[in-house]
Write a protein that binds this ligand. Structure first.
Ligand code: ADP
Length: 478
């Protein structure tokens, strides 16, 4: 049944004061599933004012009080996992049993971990040159954050900011894309029930213009952004002196060396390409396979690809649903056409699948002999594709791996410890994973890019949500 959603601003459910709305269709069924109001500038002002009041109050709470709030959210969250996971599948397209349940469960972990971290977030007592001087540091909340988040993990990624942000006393205005906001808005009921102060979390869905209004708003102190490098670069150029955490695109290579466990590497590559239909910043974006194991790897990949079951994401046997949106499907079309034109060989898939309710169901695709200069190798494809490139030797493989502007997460398959370190020491990316898929992460893992790439600087620790304040005491001389 079609829903009329409301914005969540300053602790209230509101239609806002804009005079427009977005109509959203499910990528799974093609049906019109909801309308969501388009916020006005006045709605954003209201959220910012309430956020300012909330953070001014919460900065005086003890770390233990904020940790308790996070743990209440964590507990209440568990009761809504199945209901919200169903909404997530309907609006995003990921398979319910295979992914959505875990996705919503993991989203809550950010509150549990933040509750633990904030209790240990201590400052320092700093030695001074003067006998009657004392100097120490304390962590203060930064203030009001705008968290601008993408559609591939529409609940989990916002919680990467909300969990540690709230635990450290910040207020957050979350802006999910308008076409994946229902599951997140449903979770706002948990924030209300847990007793989050009014305005500490507002949720205002919308397209880029709404995000831009937040980025340039003088009452917003900091930006948390997860999305494409192009949008991230635009935000950085507009935000001025605001603090930021920027997590952007990846073009993670998976390197398969001559002594790798080939079956394991192939299974990991296939998993990294079909999980969330490849719409993950750490998806398997490129395989760089050493010449001497190329044929064996291709054979193992084709075998592993047979386990991908595309279909209705509400069917428990299905492990890959539709792509989320037409822009992503079009990008896949153009990347595959470009690779074929440049002489690559499409071994399986390569087009949209017929016989489904929408045109967004994409066949699982394996492309061999991919030239390095093709779009599928140079850019992030964000679809269910394993592009196979080859390298002559380890040095050549490192060269191919590093000729990208997107260094987020890489993987290396080798059974030789020295070789593993050879690659880890040379590959320019935020994370290097040895003997597992690029699509591997832990909730508490530092996550972000490497300098010199366009991936951003990511999250490392909870203290990035704080300002370090130094307090200097001059004691009375006796
Ligand atoms: P994608 O290409 O995957 O949709 P984007 O980087 O465009 O990724 O989107 C990520 C988030 O950034 C979304 O919430 C989107 O609405 C928002 N966004 C897009 N353009 C802008 C902009 N100019 N300023 C602020 N936010 C934006």
């Amino acid at each position: 049944m079609m829903q009329d959603l409301k914005l969540f601003i300053a602790g209230e459910w509101t239609e806002g004061t804009g005079d427009d709305q977005y109509a959203v269709r499910s990528p799974v069924t093609g049906e019109h599933i909801y309308n969501v109001p388009k916020a006005s500038a006045a709605d954003i002002d209201r959220a910012v004012t309430a956020a300012r009041e909330a953070t001014e109050e919460m900065r005086h709470w003890t770390a233990f009080e904020r940790a308790d709030l996070c743990l209440r959210i964590y507990d209440l969250w568990q009761e809504k996992v199945e209901e919200v996971a169903r909404i997530l599948t309907l609006e995003q397209g990921k398979p319910y049993a295979a992914e959505s349940i875990d996705d919503i469960e993991e989203s809550a972990d950010y509150f549990q971990i933040a509750a633990e971290d904030v209790k240990r977030l201590s400052g320092e007592f700093i030695p001074t040159t003067e006998r009657n001087r004392r100097m120490f540091t304390v962590h203060r909340p930064v203030g009001v954050w705008a968290a601008i988040t993408p559609w591939n993990f529409p609940v989990m990624i916002p919680m990467e900011y909300v969990g540690p942000g709230l635990a450290t006393g910040n207020a957050l205005i979350v802006k999910p894309p308008e076409f994946t906001c229902w599951a997140l808005l449903e979770m706002a009921k948990v924030f209300e029930e847990a007793g989050v102060p009014k305005g500490a979390i507002s949720i205002i869905p919308g397209a880029g213009g709404i995000g831009e209004a937040m980025v340039t708003h003088p009452g917003v102190d900091a930006i948390g952004f997860t999305g494409s490098s192009a949008t991230g670069a635009r935000i950085v150029s507009q935000m001025g002196l605001k603090r930021s955490i920027m997590e952007m695109s990846g073009n993670g290579p998976t390197i398969v060396t001559s002594d790798a466990d080939i079956r394991k590497a192939a299974e990991a590559a296939v998993y990294g390409a079909y999980y969330n239909a490849g719409q993950v910043c750490v998806a398997t974006e490129r395989l760089i396979v050493l010449d001497e194991v190329h044929d064996e790897f291709v054979e193992a990949t084709m075998k592993a690809a047979a386990d991908v079951r595309l279909g209705d994401p509400f069917d428990d046997d299905v492990n890959m649903g539709p792509l989320n949106n037409e822009a992503t499907a079009k990008k896949m079309d153009s990347h595959i056409a470009d690779a074929a034109e440049r002489g690559a060989e499409v071994l399986v898939g390569g087009k949209r699948a017929s016989g489904h309710p929408t045109d967004l169901y994409y066949e699982f695709t394996v492309v061999d002999n991919v030239p390095e200069d093709s779009l599928i190798s140079r850019e992030e494809s964000f679809g269910p594709v394993v592009p196979i490139l080859t390298a002559r030797d380890d040095e050549d493989a490192v060269g191919v791996a590093n000729r990208t502007r997107l260094g987020l997460q890489a993987a290396v398959f080798t059974n030789d410890l020295t070789k593993a370190f050879y690659y880890a020491d040379r590959i320019r990316s935020g994370t290097v994973i040895v003997n597992d898929s690029t699509d591997t992460w832990e909730t508490f893992q530092p996550f972000g890019g490497a300098a010199g790439t366009d991936t951003g600087w990511g999250r490392q620790r909870i203290d990035e949500f704080t300002d370090l304040q130094t307090i200097v005491f001059s004691l009375r001389e006796k």
